[in-house]
Design a binder for this molecule. Structure first.
Ligand code: FPP
Length: 255
């Protein structure tokens, strides 16, 4: 990897890992990731699935560092879905343990890292300990705004939309626009993802950020999440930089 010196958003430097990420200022502001392939990564190595999640959690930390370095303002990761409760008990416990470890480190290093952490999802089914740690991370990190990490826990895109409708109804059904409805989403105060990355070979969005990804560029890769390193992020961002985002308009005629 190149220098750890802070980089302006989209700024290119000579030591940029030999990466082809363009010098244009077109670094996605918000990247969302479906961290898929941990189980297969472990299986390939004859390891238990939980070892794959441990490697996946390391990959997430590396991704957060790299996105911050590139000037990506928001990184949103799918850590545990509303459907993941169906997994074997030991696997669920393993993921909970990794989350606790991450939150403990985040609380310890908060002053130094200055990352704002948000959690998207209903924390009610989690242990008191995990819930308290999540709440403490969210509250204490509110003062930071440079880099933002959003962790989706017990999250489902349809569930989020239903909850948004319930919050809107509880607000007395104010005149409804897309913008207002979007404000009831878990990340209602942040911009929508520009780029959705799914490693692990599957080409679907699996109930992730259904509302928010309406105009996100999709990037699918066969690389398994624990192996999705800085070079893979460069490739994803380079692909993004070659897309023309038309938002329903006719565009520049270049594509
Ligand atoms: C999907 O891969 C991954 C998950 C359901 C869990 C992701 C959790 C982590 C990376 C660890 C904790 C996260 C943080 C933020 C500290 P899979 O198990 O479905 O992989 P497979 O398709 O190869 O079986």
């Amino acid at each position: 990897m190149g220098s750890d010196a802070p980089r302006l958003r989209g700024e290119q430097s000579e030591d940029f890992c030999g990466a082809k990420v363009s010098a244009s200022l077109n670094i996605p502001r918000h990247i969302a990731v479906i961290m898929d392939g941990n189980g297969r990564w472990a299986k390939k190595r004859g390891l238990p699935r939980t070892a794959g999640h441990t490697a996946g959690a390391d990959s997430f930390r590396r991704a957060a560092r790299y996105c911050r370095k590139l000037g990506v303002e928001y990184l949103t990761v799918y850590a545990f879905s509303t459907e993941n409760w169906k997994r074997p008990e030991d696997e669920v416990a393993g993921i909970m343990g990794l989350l606790e470890r991450y939150l403990r480190q985040a609380l310890r290093d908060m002053e130094k890292e200055k990352i704002r952490i948000r959690i998207f999802g209903d924390l009610a089914p989690f242990s008191d300990k995990l819930r308290t740690m999540c709440q403490e991370c969210v509250e204490r990190s509110k003062v930071y705004s440079g880099a933002n990490v959003n962790i989706c826990l017990n999250y489902g895109g349809r569930d989020e939309i239903v909850r948004a409708a319930q919050k809107w109804a509880a607000d007395g059904c104010p005149a409804l626009t897309e913008e207002r409805f979007g404000s009831y989403m878990w990340g209602g105060d942040i911009p929508d993802p520009d780029l959705l990355i799914r490693p692990g070979g599957e080409k679907r969005i699996s109930n992730f950020l259904l509302w928010e990804c309406a105009y996100a560029e999709m990037y699918f890769s066969d690389v398994l999440w624990p192996d999705f390193d800085e070079k893979q992020f460069d490739k994803a961002i380079e692909a993004y930089q070659h897309r023309e985002r038309r938002f329903g308009d006719v565009g520049s005629g270049l594509t």
